[in-house]
Each structure stands twice: as C-alpha cells, then as structure tokens.
Design a binder for this molecule. Structure first.
Ligand code: NOJ
Length: 514
C-alpha cells in the first residue's frame, strides 16, 4: 500500500509576508497586495510552499493592521477584495498555498461592534466585549496589564467615561478584547473564517490564540499564574475553530501564535490533534545562541508532544529583532540550516532569506508603539544604483527606511552570487524538497563536541551545526558524504566522518549517511 501523503502544512515550508513592507505597486511608499502578487516568483524561486500574510483588513492602523475594523474587507492602503482574490489565484497558479492572519482576541475600537458595545450598557452588543465596574478606589477592575510595555506597564483596562465602566484590552486601548465567553462572538468570528475559506484561503495564522480563554471571574494575576490567557476554556474554543476549517475540503490549516514561554504549557495545544494543526514555539524563537540550549529545547519539545504531533519552528517574525542582528551574520547561516532541517514545519520571515539586519530608524520616523520598526523595514529588491532609493520596493518615499546596505544585499544581487544567503536558502529548500528524510523523517539528537548541535533525520541524514565563531571538531557518530555546507566553496560529495570532521567557524553541514 502506498503511504498516505503528508498534508502540505507538514511537508511544506511557510514564508511570512508583512504586506506593508514587501512590494508597493502604487508608489505611496506602503506595500500592498498587488505588490505582493507581482513578486510571487521570488517565493517560487526560493522554493517555499506557502505564504502567510499579516493582516490587510480594514484598520485604523493603531497596531498596523492588528486592530481590525472590518474583517471582511481590505484596507484601501493594501488594495481591494479583488486584489486579495488575484493574490490567492496567483499563488495557487504557482502551487503556493495562502494562509491569512485572523485576529480573534480583539478588534479595533472603531469596529462597528465596539462602537455599538460602548454606546450604552443596554446595547445588545454590550456583552461582545469585556466590561466591568471600576475596582477598589475607582481604579481598574483587576491587576491585568497590557502586553505592550515599551513605555512602562499600563493597565489592560480603560475607563469609558460615558457608561462609567472599564473595558479590557490586552494590547492598546484602541484594541478592545472581544468576550469569547459570549456565544454570539464565537459565531460571528467563525463566520469571518468561513468568509475567507470561501474565498479560497488555505488556512489561518491565529493571533494570540492562547488568549481566547480567560478567567471569567477576572481574578487578579498572581506570580506564576496568569489568568488573562491559557485558561482551560481555550481548548474547546480552538477545537470548535478546527471544526469550522473541517467544513471545507482541501486540508485547511490553523497555526496558532501561542506565546507561552514554557514548552510544558505549550504542548497541550498540539498534542491532542483536534485543535491547532501547528503552534509557533516562542521558547525556541527566544533562545540565546547556544548549541546546548537548542538541543535541550528541541529534545524537550519532541519528547513532550510525541512522534504523532508535528512541531513548527521559526526564529523570526514581524515582532522580533532580525536573526542576523540577534545572532550575527555568521550564525544566521547556521540558523537557516537549523530551521530547514529540523523535524517540523519551518516558518521563514520575509528578508531573513537575504540575511537582512535590523534597520536603524531615526526617532522622528518611529511609528510602532512597541519598538518593532527595525525588523519591519521594506525588502530591498534591487540595488539603489539601478532602481533608485526605493530599491525596487517603491517608487515613492518608503514608510520606513530601506536598509543602508541595499546595494549589497538586494535580492537581485544575491540571486547571482553562489555564496550569498539567498543562494544558501535556495539550496537548503531544494534539498529539503528532494529529501523525504528531511521533510518527514524522525529526529534524534546526537552527542557531539562542545558548541556543536548534531542530529539525525530519518536514519539517513546527519546535520552538524557549529555554534562557535571558531573551528570545532564535530565529535558525533556517523559517516557518509557531504550534501551541503553553510561554508561557501565546500566540496559536496566529499567523504565525511563525523567523529573527525573539523567544522569551520559558524559552519553547519548536512551529511548523507552510509
Ligand atoms: C501578535 C502580533 O504578532 C503583533 O504584531 C500584534 O501587535 C499583537 N499580536 C496584537 O494583535
């Protein structure tokens, strides 16, 4: 009997697009959907299987689209619904799946639901958000604080003078939390999923998925016990979301942003197999650059979820400093090999395949409330000497500065350079595509030399990654042929004995065993 093929979201690689910063088709300096459609061939040539679009819905942009004021329309900054349809069609024609961001925990304060809800205590939509009387001393109802703490901790509550009650907002005051204890809210948000599934999207990235369950009594958070997220009610809610996806054919998928910095708390979201298909692992994303730390974390997660569950791995997104800035340009090449060789679905953030660094944003150009502008700088497609100062991203004034290194790191420049970060990504993705062991094989970490993280995939391949900025002996077991090294010029096909192999500074290798 032929083995059942894995669903695309297990065997594929997902590429995250931040629409404001990918491609600007109309010269207003802000990226848009038509600008993404025009660049889809970059993803095909890179070799990814799916793209995830950060929000492009109608929004006042207090949090650049994570404050949605209409879930079923496109913000004019990004285009129209017809542009969204064209993007999905263009992706599907090229064999790329499309997942879109779904932001169920909160809406914009300009969403018609919230405008109704705040209009009076008697409004039928009052119960759609979380309203409470003032707490002791006329202050907030409890001690919960907003997740945005750049300018110091602020309460997760804002008083609405007109009706004399506070409303809950886990993020900005412009992002009131929906009340997921209210069945009508759950139904309305399920209908948003159906709207996009009907339009042909292949799945969703669920923003702050763990926040869909909160303590209904709204008791104070205590040290070691946060009640504003990860409450047991979250699990049946995620199961119900999965059932909505299953109303549609074709392997629709949900990946959750479950921002819990404890893998034991994260594992239950994945383990049962009837809620989220994938979860983003922020313990992994936030690790310092250490072979022992990565080994321990991957081993622990593999052991917690078991061989039946499928991990997802990412080292960057639109909320975190760039990989090449956090770890450095040398380690960034090793990080790419790590991400694309572990057992699980890799998620790449746009621009990391170019090794982009965070871009310094002068204070007068800062626009984000939480310090995230440097990672959101636009993609340099062409060297400015050829394409002008917009580097092929825009013909206008970009909303955030383009990297000062655009001349050297532009995608078109790297495409012709066999030693570039882009070429390394293309090679890694091609290898992954051609190797069932890499896509689907088992994972087993190997004892290795100091500063080396080594593991075996499917009994056929070994990966050895040197985390040190100097030469290190791999000291792992296994012999075979070199398939790929992060070191430019390394000889593929060379005989390798992992016990003796000398890895260069910041060098990772993939070896075909046997
Ligand atoms: C997580 C998103 O990734 C982030 O960009 C956003 O600000 C918050 N959720 C609130 O939606």
């Amino acid at each position: 009997m032929a083995p059942t093929p894995s669903p695309w979201w297990r065997s594929g690689v997902v590429y995250q697009i931040y629409p404001r910063s990918f491609g600007d088709s109309d010269g207003d300096g802000v990226g848009d959907l038509a600008g993404i459609t025009a660049r889809l061939d970059h993803l095909v040539e890179l070799g990814v299987d799916a793209l995830w679009l950060s929000p492009f819905y109608r929004s006042p942009m207090a949090d650049f689209g994570y404050d949605v004021s209409d879930h079923t329309d496109v913000d004019p900054t990004f285009g129209t619904l017809a542009d969204a349809d064209a993007l999905v069609a263009g992706a599907h024609e090229r064999g790329l799946r499309v997942i879109v961001d779904w932001v169920p925990n909160h809406t914009s304060d300009r969403h018609e639901w919230f405008i109704a809800s705040r209009s009076s205590r008697e409004d039928p939509k009052r119960s759609w958000y979380v309203w409470r009387d003032p707490g002791p001393g006329a202050g907030p109802p409890n001690n919960w604080t907003s997740n945005f703490a750049l300018r110091g901790e602020i309460p997760a509550w804002t008083l609405d003078e007109r009706t004399g009650q506070f409303y809950l907002h886990s993020f900005l005051p412009e992002q009131p939390d929906l009340n997921w204890d209210e069945p009508a809210v759950r139904e309305a948000m399920h209908d948003v999923l159906r709207f996009w599934l009907d339009r042909g999207v292949d799945g969703f990235r669920i923003d702050v998925a763990h926040a869909l369950g909160k303590d209904p009594e709204l008791l104070d958070n205590e040290p070691g016990r946060s009640r504003h997220q990860d409450w047991p009610s979250v699990h049946p809610r995620l199961q119900a979301i999965r059932r909505v996806l299953e109303e549609f054919d074709g392997d629709r998928m949900a990946v959750g942003e479950v921002y819990l910095l404890d893998q034991e708390a994260l594992a239950p979201y994945l383990r049962t197999g009837d809620e989220l298909h994938l979860v983003h692992n922020f313990v992994f994303l936030n690790l310092p650059w250490s072979a022992a730390g990565f080994r321990a974390t991957v081993d622990e997660f593999e052991q917690l979820v078991g061989p039946g569950a499928w991990p997802a791995w990412c080292l960057g997104n639109h909320d975190h400093a760039r990989i090449a800035s956090r770890y450095g340009p040398g380690p960034a090449r090793v990080a790419a090999m790590l991400l694309l060789t572990l057992r699980g679905t890799p998620f790449l953030f746009q621009g990391d395949e170019l090794g982009l660094q965070d871009v310094a944003v002068p204070s007068e150009r800062v626009v984000d409330v939480d310090g995230r502008d440097p990672v959101r700088a636009p993609i340099p497609w062409e060297p400015p000497s050829r394409a002008g100062s917009g580097a092929g991203f825009t013909t206008g004034e970009p909303w955030l500065p383009i990297t000062p290194e655009a001349e050297r790191v532009a995608a078109s420049v790297q495409a012709g350079d066999p030693e570039s970060m882009l070429t390394l990504h293309r090679e890694l993705l091609a290898l992954r595509r051609s190797s069932a062991a890499l896509r689907e094989g088992s994972y087993r970490s190997l004892d290795a030399g100091e500063a080396v993280f080594a593991f075996e995939r499917g009994g056929e391949l070994a990966v050895a990654l040197n985390f040190a900025p100097e030469r290190r002996r791999a000291r792992a077991s296994g012999r075979g042929r070199l398939l790929l090294s992060t070191r430019p010029g390394a000889q593929a096909g060379a005989e390798v004995d992992l016990a003796e192999l000398e890895l260069g500074a910041d060098e990772g290798v993939i070896v075909a065993l046997g």
